[in-house]
Design a protein around this ligand. Structure first.
Ligand code: ADP
Length: 222
């Protein structure tokens, strides 16, 4: 009788343990997402690397600059508004950018994770991104930053301007203003992610393949 009770208790404990294990396994599913903020000043090579990394890691790439340019090309209301800021090398207001970014994320409910390219660019955007990730029961795993010297950036952007047709790449004053805007509003995000132990700096000078390998070293360990 006594032995029977002990056996019964053990079976109940085993079942409870299994239930807990299974629920934790399933509830962890969203946390297996890899969400990366690809960071760096204009011309650092974020777009180029994001293209390679999204295929390598099966992630959805969201470039706020690309979404704005798509809207400008299609002459939407958002595009007209964004253009007035972009042409001067200034940032588009936070509220507009955050709403647009959230809409892009919501378009991909089954994503394995995201590469955010060009977002966040301000402290308010970083807070909004953290909230959005929390709502989706996930988080930003890392900010991976491409580090490139300013004069190299200006040279690269002027070169890109010869072929890209981008108005903001055609004029050296606008390029310098974008870099200045980066130091004024965006560079502080390094501290924001550093304080959460999520900042990884990567040398952004070298061949595309070398830089991909440096970024992959970081991403593989996340
Ligand atoms: P870059 O090649 O200079 O890094 P992007 O292609 O990412 O630039 O973006 C081009 C322009 O679009 C920026 O200079 C800015 O005006 C606007 N933009 C892009 N992302 C954001 C953002 N997160 N917040 C505000 N403005 C943005």
């Amino acid at each position: 009788m006594y032995k029977g009770t002990i056996f019964f208790a053990i079976v109940i404990f085993a079942l409870l343990f299994m239930c807990r294990f299974l629920t934790s396994l399933f509830s962890k599913k969203p946390n297996r997402m890899k969400n990366i903020v690809l960071f760096g000043p204009p011309g650092a090579g974020k777009g180029t690397q994001a293209e390679v990394l999204k295929n390598k890691y099966q992630l959805v790439h969201i470039s706020t600059g690309d979404v704005f340019r798509y809207n400008i090309k299609n002459a939407t209301q958002l595009g007209t508004l964004a253009k007035s800021f972009m042409d001067k090398g200034h940032l588009v207001p936070d509220e507009v950018t955050i709403n647009m970014l959230e809409a892009e994320v919501e378009k991909n409910p089954d994503a394995n994770g995201f590469i955010f390219d060009g977002f966040p660019r301000t402290a308010t955007q970083a807070e909004a991104l953290a909230e959005l990730m929390k709502k989706k029961k996930t988080q930003i795993n890392a900010m991976v930053a491409l580090e490139v010297d300013d004069e190299i950036l200006v040279g690269r952007l002027l070169e890109r301007g010869k072929v890209s047709g981008r108005a903001d790449d055609a004029n050296e004053a606008v390029i310098r203003e974008r870099i200045a805007e980066y130091y004024r509003k965006t560079d502080i995000l390094k501290k924001y992610y550093q304080s959460q132990d999520k900042y990884y700096g990567v040398d952004g000078v070298g061949s595309i393949e070398d830089i991909t390998a440096r970024l992959s070293d970081v991403i593989d360990k996340l």
